[in-house]
Structures are given as structure tokens and as C-alpha cells.
Design a protein around this ligand. Sequence first.
Ligand SMILES: Cc1cc2nc3c(=O)[nH]c(=O)nc-3n(C[C@H](O)[C@H](O)[C@H](O)COP(=O)(O)O)c2cc1C
Length: 166
Amino acid sequence: MDIFEAIAARRSVRKYKKGAQIPKSDIEKLLDAAMHAPSAVNSRPWEFYCSDKEEYKNALMAAHPASKMLETASWAIVVCARPESQPRHNFWQQDCAAAVENILLAARGLGYGTCWCGCYPAQPRTDDVKRAIGCESVPVAIVAVGVPDEDPPAKGYYDPDRAHFI
Ligand SMILES: Cc1cc2nc3c(=O)[nH]c(=O)nc-3n(C[C@H](O)[C@H](O)[C@H](O)COP(=O)(O)O)c2cc1C
């Protein structure tokens, strides 16, 4: 898929074909894309907790108030950060956001739908998600991944008034 097509066609998908199987090898492709994201001082402060287990997705839904699309998603990927890996900088949120976006675009390229569910810095969801997955790192986002059961159209968001050529 052309990169501009993937960018323009990506939309948040909140309804998936429940029970659809997505192989672990495809999730590894998404993580490969994520780990190619740029990173401040190349510190690569991320970790990814992935599961297709109902029990795990249910725990995340209970922890995050706006993640109900996990009910039909095939996988949940929790993108987490290790802030201590950037002792002199505080760019880990940006690094992880770049990793999340790579996941969304790569998933689109594979024909899957996704939804970004923000965690950090919102509380109590960040701590609740952390408890749900039992990690030491900081949950930045949950990404729902599934086979789309809705097809929100590309929006054409380009707004020339936001572009300043100086
Ligand atoms: C930082 C961030 C946090 C978000 N958190 C949520 C969320 O918790 N739940 C949700 O359903 N969508 C969430 N979204 C998705 C946005 O609602 C969505 O991207 C926006 O409405 C634009 O729609 P589009 O993605 O279809 O273009 C989040 C997006 C971002 C970038």
C-alpha cells in the first residue's frame, strides 16, 4: 500500500469482527514497525505487552474507561515506556507516540483496523492499566487491533490555514 494512501485512509476503528484470528507473526510485524520509530538520543524507551486473551483484554477494559472496542478486537498491544532510559531528557512520550503511529499505519497496510487509547498522563487509568498488565514501565497507550467490522471513510483533514510557509 502506498504510504500516503495508508496515512489518509487510517481511521480509528471501534468495531471489529469478534473472534477473528490475527496470527502472532502479524503482531510481530507491527512491533517491528513500532521499533523502527525515531527515538530521542536513540534511547528506544519502549516495551510492548501484547495479548489476544479475553481475560487480559477484559482487565484492560476495566482499567481504561474508553477502551470498550477491545470487546471485539483480536489483540491488545500496550505500549509502555521506561522513562529511566532517558535520564537527561524527557522525550519518552514522544518516542512512544511515534511507535504507536507506526503500529497504526503498519496495521492499516496489513488490512487491520486499530484504535489508539491514550493512557499516560491520564489518571487513574495509567496506574490501573499498569496494574492490569503487572509491568514496571509506564503505559502510554493501548492499541486495539482487529479485523474491521466498520469502514469509517477517509476524512481529508488537510487544512491549509494550519500550514505556515515562512
Ligand atoms: C493520544 C490519543 C489518545 C486517544 N485515546 C482514545 C481513547 O481512549 N479511546 C478512543 O476510543 N479513541 C482514542 N483516541 C482516538 C481519537 O479519538 C481519534 O484519533 C480522533 O477522534 C480522530 O479520529 P480518527 O483516528 O478516525 O482520524 C486517541 C487518540 C490519541 C492520539
